[in-house]
Design a protein around this ligand. Structure first.
Ligand code: HEM
Ligand code: ISQ
Length: 154
């Protein structure tokens, strides 16, 4: 199934809102990951030695922002080109980072669920099933591209 203009608009529209509240939403994204999969804590260098999510860690925030932005970018590309194209080297890099960290397929489902909950939190009443499924589809394509890279390197 193709990615429609409407779906792209839904992702873009919500990202415009989310951008205004990045610090809080970044923390929320990690909180949701840990709520769904507490064992994921050990994977992140900036979480593994603390009991609370650090409020002011620049790396923590910048990684979360990259995840939001990359999913948003993948929605745009899906609509324009029908596939996700992350510039070659950065996709390779992401593949190798995640491979090295020991990320496996079920982790990708955890992050997807956490991302969707974050969109719900950010959008409140404006969130719809359509909006969530647009994010979910864009995420799936990006995740598939990263997984392919991981398998090639493994
Ligand atoms: C690192 C994106 C899925 C865990 C990163 C980085 C980015 C990123 C941009 C930072 C790389 C760097 O600059 O060094 C994404 C995207 C994903 C995804 C776009 C899915 C579409 C996942 C999943 C997990 C995960 C499913 C597992 C829970 C990690 C960890 C790091 C990382 C542990 C290293 C963090 C550290 O520095 O300790 N990811 N990621 N990622 N990601 Fe992901
Ligand atoms: C995946 N990879 C890196 C950082 C992340 C932050 C929050 C949620 C998922 C992530």
């Amino acid at each position: 199934m193709g990615f429609s203009e409407k779906q792209e608009a839904l992702v873009k529209e919500s990202w415009e809102v989310m951008k205004e509240d990045i610090p809080a939403l970044s923390l929320y994204l990690y909180a949701m990951i840990l709520e769904i999969a507490p064992e994921a804590k050990g994977l992140f260098s900036f979480l593994k030695d603390t009991n609370e999510i650090p409020q002011n860690n620049p790396k923590l925030k910048s990684h979360a922002v990259k995840v939001f932005k990359m999913v948003c970018e993948s929605a745009i590309q899906l609509r324009e080109k029908g596939e996700v194209v992350v510039s070659g080297s950065s996709l390779k890099y992401l593949g190798s980072v995640h491979l090295q960290k020991g990320i496996v397929d079920p982790h990708f489902e955890v992050v997807k669920e956490a991302l969707i909950r974050t969109v719900e939190k950010a959008m409140g009443e404006k969130c719809s099933e359509e909006m969530k499924s647009a994010w979910s589809e864009a995420y799936d394509h990006l995740a598939a591209a990263i997984k392919t890279e991981m398998k090639q390197e493994a």
